[in-house]
Design a protein around this ligand. Structure first.
Ligand SMILES: Cc1cc2nc3c(=O)[nH]c(=O)nc-3n(C[C@H](O)[C@H](O)[C@H](O)COP(=O)(O)O)c2cc1C
Length: 306
């Protein structure tokens, strides 16, 4: 009998579908994600101080996906961990706690704070494109700065706490960045964050649609970029990969796994199709497995590499 469950860093996921960071804004909405069949959930990235976010509108759709410039709107780590602690206790599925900083010392502080609420894993968002203006380049834009952040966090956290490094596609060599993260103690790589930034203009108003003018691009339009990135990361590291970027169907999940992902994030698809998408993908995955005589999804991971 085909079964959708996968193991990722010794953690059991009932299926490989993960809600990526920041897609659902409020903590309460994440209970819906569990009810609608996701295998795992990532929290919104938490920052040291509260952040109001960028001017409205922050999310706009275009023909092949969406653009967002949420600007890491969140109540800050103090309030954030309180809200998420309750969720982590109550949910039955693995929670990945995401944190964002531009300074290594802040990453260390934030990672230690979220470690206290016992998430299944801690994800370092080294790659948010919507914060560059105010705060400088994200640390994930270079292999050395990525390595420095991962190393400091690794030294500060308990040995058993699992660390994911979330990488940006907007770099020259994502394989090199992944390798640097793994060498300094990242247990897994998560990729990709949004592409760009991009811009869409409302031709009636003759103005850019986003309040922030530009925003990160996600959804089906970026899927080939995401697949290529996951492919390159798989070639560069030994650790497992949480792959995401434009996945909307069971075929897209299979493609991401063939490129090298063990878990697959499905985020912008929720904006475009709602919560029903997750059970649809799972039903279609089971059909694909039956047709292809596959009992465990793990056999697909990295298979396109020959
Ligand atoms: C509205 C919105 C907010 C996001 N916020 C975050 C965030 O806080 N932290 C983060 O690491 N990624 C954030 N992302 C990026 C997603 O987690 C994901 O990496 C990206 O959207 C690609 O996957 P998708 O095409 O399935 O959405 C956000 C994306 C969107 C659309």
């Amino acid at each position: 009998m085909p079964a959708l469950n996968v193991k990722f860093l010794e953690v059991d996921f009932a299926n490989p579908l993960v809600m990526p960071s920041g897609i659902l804004q409020e903590v309460s909405a994440h209970y819906q994600a569990e009810k609608n069949g996701l295998g795992g959930i990532t929290t919104k990235s938490m920052t040291r101080e509260p952040r109001e976010g960028n001017p409205l509108p922050r999310v706009v759709k275009y023909d092949h996906g969406i653009l967002n410039s949420v600007g890491l709107r969140n109540p800050g780590i103090k309030v954030g961990v309180g809200e998420w602690a309750k969720f982590v206790k109550e949910t039955t599925i693995p929670v990945i706690a995401s944190v964002f900083a531009v300074k290594v010392a802040d990453f260390v502080y934030l990672a230690k704070e979220v470690e206290k609420i016992n998430p299944a894993m801690v994800e370092l968002n080294l790659s948010c494109p919507n914060t560059v203006d105010e705060l400088g380049q994200p640390l994930g834009m270079g292999a050395e700065s990525t390595a420095a952040a991962v190393k400091a966090v690794r030294q500060a956290l308990k040995k058993e706490t699992k660390i994911l490094a979330k990488l940006s596609p907007n770099v020259n060599n994502i394989g090199e960045v992944a390798k640097a993260a793994e060498a300094e103690g990242a247990d897994a790589i998560s990729a990709i964050n949004t592409v760009g930034p991009g811009m869409v203009i409302d031709i009636r108003r003759k103005k850019p649609m986003l309040g922030n003018l530009v925003g990160g691009v996600s959804g089906p339009g970026i899927r080939p970029v995401a697949v290529r990135c996951v492919w390159e990361i798989y070639n560069s590291v030994k650790c497992p990969i949480l792959g995401m970027g434009g996945v909307e169907t069971a075929n897209d999940v299979v493609e991401m796994m063939l490129a090298g992902a063990t878990l697959v994030g499905v985020g912008s698809a929720w904006y475009r199709h709602g919560f029903g998408i997750y059970n649809k993908i799972k039903a279609d995955l089971l059909k694909y497995m039956a047709e292809n005589k596959i009992n465990k999804l793990e056999v697909l991971v990295g298979k396109a590499h020959g």
